[in-house]
Design a protein around this ligand. Structure first.
Ligand code: FMN
Length: 196
């Protein structure tokens, strides 16, 4: 993708996915893009078996060299000041997907999306949720059909073990960003399922 894109990079509480997202952030930074990390309240404060909040906050600041946006007031200027060319939500939980589909704005990430969309700029979602083909399916469908939203191609990650689960392929994030900046959805959107 082109260098020097200003990317707002929002992370929500799909904690098991953080380790596969961080290298993509590092890659995007090394390519000369400016990445500003944004954390949902839960992503920014919860310690889980996938690492402490302090660990991930430090890693993100190290990878991007930028101050985290982790409050609603800090996210509010994103639109008025046209801070980003593109806003990524990776990973995007079922919870955040539901809020975006229904116009609920009560976290730094949903505030960032709402503010960014004020300028009709692209939003990219990298969905990761165990109920993608059940409880979250309607919300995914709603946002697939909404202007300015693009999706990192996704697959069933464990069709037999977790038959309703879907996960975006984080390695396709840079290509998804490039396509979205030209108003295109990267294809194919639906990837072959993982073998398990
Ligand atoms: C260890 C752990 C892993 C989780 N993984 C996921 C996940 O992969 N996808 C998801 O939609 N929710 C996941 N959740 C639940 C979310 O963190 C929870 O719904 C939270 O309210 C999300 O808030 P947010 O969307 O504002 O970050 C996980 C929770 C924990 C504690």
């Amino acid at each position: 993708m082109n260098s020097s894109v200003r990317i707002g990079f929002a992370m929500t509480g799909s904690f098991c996915t953080f380790a596969s997202v961080l290298p993509v952030i590092q890659e995007l930074t090394e390519r000369g893009n400016t990445i500003t990390p944004i954390l949902s309240f839960h992503a920014g404060t919860l310690d889980t078996r996938f690492g402490t909040a302090a660990h991930w906050r430090h890693a993100l600041q190290q990878a991007t060299g930028r101050t985290l946006i982790d409050s609603i007031p800090a996210a509010e200027p994103i639109g008025p000041k046209a801070l980003f060319d593109v806003l990524v939500v990776a990973p995007c939980t079922g919870n955040t997907l539901a809020k975006l589909a229904h116009g609920i704005t009560d976290t730094p990430v949903t505030m960032a999306v709402k503010s960014h969309l004020r300028g009709e700029r692209p939003v990219i979602l990298a969905v990761s949720t165990n109920d993608g083909l059940s409880g979250s399916a309607a919300n995914l469908g709603t946002l697939l059909n909404r202007k300015h939203y693009y999706f990192v191609p996704l697959r069933q990650d464990a069709p037999r073990l977790k038959p309703r689960s879907i996960v975006a392929d984080m390695a396709l994030l840079p290509d998804t960003i490039q396509a979205a900046l030209s108003g295109q959805q990267l294809q194919p959107l639906l990837l072959a399922p993982s073998p398990s």
